[in-house]
Design a protein. Structure first.
Length: 160
């Protein structure tokens, strides 16, 4: 498991470097865009006569305890980091608005991501059950808030 975490950290660092050096997009968008690009590269390499790359990536990913890694590792750290700098007094003042909008936006985001994933996979002839796509949407939706907080913080500080 430690090797998998180290591999993911190295991959994220390489993607961050490539984004900073060449793409110059906001970090969350750049890394999120490079990840599917890497997957497409592995699929293309497999079809163009280099199946060993894709086979190695699949073998490596099978050793991941994905639910533990995401739910107990990455997601909890992301949400903690996003909430660390929040001002509790300001949050208390807008409790009802924040609660209503966060619940509605998270549910809407989860549904849109799940439906989009179902649609894209169906077009790509690798359909998954709707329940799995919606579970993926529910997993991804809370991290959107962390990305928004980070983008707003960079905009306020003038660093991005």
């Amino acid at each position: 498991m430690l090797n998998a975490v180290a591999g993911l950290l190295v991959t994220a660092a390489v993607f961050a470097y490539l984004n900073t050096r060449f793409l110059r997009l906001p970090m969350t968008i750049g890394i999120a865009g490079l990840a599917p690009g890497c997957s497409l590269f592995l699929v293309a390499a497999s079809h163009l006569g280099a199946p060993a790359l894709r086979t190695a990536a699949i073998a490596w990913s099978r050793h991941l305890a994905f639910s533990q890694l995401t739910l107990q590792g990455m997601l909890s750290l992301l949400l903690f980091a996003g909430a660390l700098d929040l001002n509790a007094n300001v949050l208390r003042r807008y409790t009802l608005q924040v609660a209503f909008l966060s619940v509605i936006s998270t549910v809407l985001s989860a549904c849109l991501v799940g439906a989009g994933m179902y649609w894209v996979l169906k077009i790509g002839r690798t359909p998954l059950p709707v329940a799995w796509c919606m579970a993926f949407g529910a997993l991804i939706a809370p991290t959107d808030a962390v990305a928004v907080i980070g983008a707003q913080r960079r905009q306020l500080l003038g660093t991005g």
